[in-house]
Design a protein around this ligand. Structure first.
Ligand SMILES: *Cc1c(COP(=O)(O)O)cnc(C)c1O
Length: 363
């Protein structure tokens, strides 16, 4: 009685718009099961719409893509790994590895040697993400990876922006660091290969960071933080039905903790969707910095004064969620709506949190 609906035409339009904006090849990031849209379903729509390069985090995902017919596309595995068994999966998938450390280079080299083949890789530069990558100060290591790792050809170099959605200075500095390294490589007679840095916010927030390619994921879903309108379609919603319609008197409580008390006789519609499906579930905010704590508190106080109203569209009209969202149900106030059992309910969700148990339907 519920499904996660993904509008193919909107995804296709986003893919076109992103490629137009980029003006350089787009490496479509399909991590986290294609941001919840299904890695393979998303790969299908994107490849039908001009995308020829994919990126994943898990080596197994590269194999899965290959096994499902994506044989000619570049597949970048963005996780640098010093584990040889993981590197072997990357090599077996004929994917492009990420080398972010001398150990990762050694593991990839050994994997290629063992499988009797050559491996391709992009080198990762850590310009402040602090996750994978060589530091700029490790230039000699970087040079070695390009020139002296047996069975490995480096075909590109990249870095990842940590604050493209917020901090232009930091972002430009990160990009400049990458270019400084590629210029040094060129000066030393080494071809750096494909240079890429921009993620979705890097592509949509700036005009000068596209380099030779961009790595974009969330923009396909139409959900990126951006000051200016992006023109992208926000897509993906949960669809369910009203399975019960009930009348309760004024003063009746609704939901766990009696979170809501009716103010008048109320018509309630029950829809069998809840947290378990990913409705009304958000990642807890990271509160590492004092200013994040302040922002968070202000947000919570605002929500309190707006009474945290969540709405669901019932037959195209907004209906308020009464009380707390349950694990498997929500109760809606449909007093003012002329609806019947079986009415369609459309729920806004973050695709990242939609349960994989909910059937996906590309329409
Ligand atoms: C997730 C990710 C991206 C894409 O980021 P979006 O903001 O979703 O476009 C690009 N590069 C790396 C290394 C990533 O992990």
């Amino acid at each position: 009685m519920k499904k996660f609906v993904i509008e193919t035409d909107k995804l296709a339009a986003n893919a076109q718009a992103i490629q137009d904006r980029a003006g350089v090849p787009v490496i479509a990031v399909l991590k986290a099961d294609g941001y919840g849209f299904g890695m393979l379903q998303m790969a299908k729509v994107l490849s039908e719409n001009g995308i020829t390069m994919f990126a994943v985090t898990e080596p197994e995902d590269a194999l899965t893509l290959r096994e499902n017919g994506y044989t000619s596309q570049l597949i970048l595995v963005m996780r640098s790994t010093a584990m040889q068994d993981e590197a072997e999966i990357v090599v077996r998938a004929n994917a492009t590895a990420t080398i972010g450390s001398p150990e990762a280079a050694a593991a990839l080299s050994a994997a290629a040697q063992k499988l009797g083949t050559a491996a391709k890789a992009h080198l990762k530069l850590d310009t402040g993400m602090g996750r994978y990558g060589f530091l700029s100060s490790q230039y000699e290591h970087i040079k070695t990876v390009y020139t002296r790792v047996p069975n490995v050809t480096v075909t590109g170099i990249y870095t990842h922006f940590h604050s493209a959605f917020a901090d232009g200075d930091a972002t430009h500095k990160q990009c400049a660091q990458l270019l400084e390294i590629t210029e040094r490589l060129t000066a030393d007679g080494i071809e750096p290969g494909l240079r890429h840095a921009a993620n979705s916010s890097g592509l949509y927030g700036y005009d000068d960071l596209t380099l030779d390619a961009v790595r974009v994921g969330s923009a396909f879903t139409g959900r990126i933080p951006s000051k200016a309108p992006t023109g992208l379609h926000r897509l993906g919603y949960l669809e369910s039905r009203v399975i019960e319609l009930r009348e309760v008197p004024a003063g009746h409580t609704v939901g766990y903790g009696a979170g809501y008390v009716t103010k008048r006789p109320t018509k309630i519609a029950v829809v069998p969707v809840g947290y378990t499906d990913g409705f009304s579930v958000e990642k807890k905010k990271d509160l590492y910095r004092f200013r994040d704590v302040i922002r968070y508190l202000i947000g919570e106080i605002r929500t309190f004064f707006r009474k945290g109203i969540i709405t669901v569209q019932v037959d195209g009209k907004p209906a308020r969620v009464l009380g707390h969202v349950g694990l498997c149900h929500v109760s809606l106030d449909v007093t003012a709506l002329d609806i019947k059992v079986g009415a369609t309910a459309v729920l806004d969700v973050n695709p990242l949190y939609v349960s994989p148990l909910v059937e996906k339907e590309y329409v």
